[in-house]
Design a protein around this ligand. Structure first.
Ligand code: ADP
Length: 273
């Protein structure tokens, strides 16, 4: 079954064609990676797929339904969860409460504000406002957490002993890598049909990166469908069923890791640099 189908996506910024006619599909249980040089349109493509940006042209079909232009929170409800390059968590909430937000529909009040975050001048305002909304009613958050503790703990356990001992810690006290793990746990909490990850190992050291790779391989083995953007080519090659190579907003190659690795256009545009 095709989980995601992207048809002819285009998006320009002030005349610059960031994504210029991109089409691809993601089948159930597949891991598809998007690679390419800086500025080739990878993040814009993810933003178009996950509803953060609207395309100028093209369509996004998710589980057979046209979801083009739907907002991220609606897509999340439909089963498309994503993480962001810089690891977005609610700093004043605990790790467990952050995961709970991904799990529970009653805390969705915070989500509509997320759509402002890609407008640079509103980013910090919206992050602060989001946190405030999530903190408006801490007793109800705590109550709900108690009820759902086992589900939250099973999400934390994905990351070995990295998150579980820190379940009660405020997210702003975490290391960068743990913030990113928390964000992934939150995205997985709702049991998404498609997990979209923007550079899940950006800023991580080799040990942390290897750990995330193992965790993503475990998710893949469990049948999780994943679309990711990633720079670390070794991780991409080990994890992916298919790799899509972008250059200047267009797909210049796609195929198995081996096909892509040996493609002369890819070597010239990206791997050879
Ligand atoms: P990548 O993720 O491959 O590094 P991006 O999708 O971030 O590439 O960017 C593709 C191009 O679009 C770049 O030239 C970038 O400067 C431009 N771009 C991306 N987002 C914006 C934006 N919000 N406003 C203006 N230009 C943008």
């Amino acid at each position: 079954m095709t989980v995601l189908e992207v048809q002819g996506l285009r998006r320009s910024f002030a005349g610059l064609r960031a994504v210029d006619g991109v089409s691809f599909g993601v089948e159930q249980g597949e891991v598809v990676s998007v690679i390419g040089p800086n500025g080739s349109g990878k993040t814009t493509a993810l933003n178009l797929v996950s509803g953060v940006l609207r395309p100028d042209e093209g369509r996004v079909l998710f589980q057979g339904r046209d979801v083009t232009g739907l907002r991220p929170e609606r897509l999340a409800e439909a089963g498309l969860s994503r993480t962001f390059q810089n690891g977005r968590v609610f700093g004043n909430l605990s790790v467990a409460e952050n995961v709970l937000i991904g799990l529970t529909p009653t805390l969705r009040a915070a989500r509509p504000l997320a759509r402002w975050r890609d407008i640079p001048v509103l980013r910090w305002v919206s992050l602060l406002a989001e946190t405030a909304v999530a903190l408006v009613d801490p007793p109800s958050v705590r109550r709900e957490l108690a009820e759902r503790e086992a589900e939250v703990e099973s999400q934390l356990d994905r990351f070995g002993d990295r998150l579980r001992p820190r379940a009660e810690a405020a997210a702003h006290t975490l290391s960068y890598a743990n913030r990113r793990r928390t964000e992934i746990a939150r995205a997985l909490a709702s049991g998404p049909a498609l997990l979209v990850l923007d550079e899940p190992t950006a800023g991580m050291n080799p040990v942390e990166t290897a750990e995330v790779l193992e965790q993503l391989l475990a998710l893949k083995a469990a049948g999780q469908t994943i679309l990711l953007v990633e720079h670390k080519i070794d991780l991409v090659m080990r994890l992916s069923d298919r790799v899509l190579v972008l250059d200047a907003g267009t797909v210049i190659a796609s195929g198995s890791p081996d096909e892509v690795r040996n493609d002369p256009r890819v070597i010239e545009a990206y791997l050879g640099k």
